[in-house]
Write a protein that binds this ligand. Structure first.
Ligand code: MN
Length: 228
């Protein structure tokens, strides 16, 4: 048995609906500007340019139902996203085979320190400080694709304190799930345990301590997260 000089960090994991076993998390990939209306609200051209990705850390995944307001920001935004969980992977996966690698789907929120992200964008620096911070990826339980099928259409929405902020449909994604998986696999060896956050529709905005976010995706369910 392998031994370590310090106690190994806890394996990041997400609950699976109807199962006692957890889904172990390896990497978290996030696609940017994947809904035209959100690209426009962020000041970008909604044309179908090549997708781009950033990452969060596996241990940023947060299943606690609470989101602690992070340090060093006064403009923290919600981005409701369909989250894809992979059970296998590889390189140079063809779009027609891509969905075979999907274990299931969940409701996720890409919490963003928008002010820090904006500073990084302006300075042409990496986005991590705005995106990959403690508890920045609230995630609900994964629904296995073997039970619910693949999530290529259906409403996606987020409310804050019962007021609808974001409302869209998964079929509005500029890059579809098979294309996202195939494209990622050209640049990375993707694999079992990887999560992909697939972008957000328009209506992103700030939250404050005490707010309650409710994210919903048709066919998956809802995720309730309190900002603390
Ligand atoms: Mn996002």
């Amino acid at each position: 048995m392998t031994s370590y000089v310090i106690t190994p960090p806890r394996q990041a994991a997400v609950a699976v609906k109807g199962r006692d076993e957890l889904f172990p998390v390896r990497r978290v990939y996030c696609i940017g500007r994947n809904y035209a209306d959100h690209a426009i609200e962020m000041g970008h051209d909604p044309d179908r340019e090549l997708p781009f990705f950033f990452q969060k850390n596996a241990d940023n995944v947060n299943s606690s139902g609470e989101f602690p307001y992070p340090a060093k920001s006064s403009d923290v935004h919600h981005e409701i996203e369909l989250l894809v969980a992979l059970k296998s992977g590889g390189v140079n996966i063809k779009p027609e085979n891509a969905l075979e690698h999907v274990y299931g789907y969940a409701v996720g929120i890409d919490m963003t320190r928008r002010d820090l992200q904006a500073e990084m964008k302006a300075a042409r620096r990496p986005w991590e400080i705005g995106k990959a911070f403690e508890q920045s990826a609230p995630v609900g339980p994964i629904s296995p694709a073997s039970e619910i099928g693949h999530c290529e259409a259906g409403s996606i929405s987020l409310s804050v304190n019962d007021e609808t902020r974001q409302q869209g449909n998964l079929n509005q994604m500029i890059w579809k799930l098979p294309e996202i998986i195939a494209y990622l696999s050209e640049y990375y060896e993707i694999g079992a345990g990887d999560l992909i956050m697939t972008g957000t529709p328009a209506g992103v905005g700030p939250v404050d301590r005490g707010d309650v976010m409710v994210g919903k995706i048709e066919g998956i369910g809802e995720l309730v997260v309190k900002v603390v």
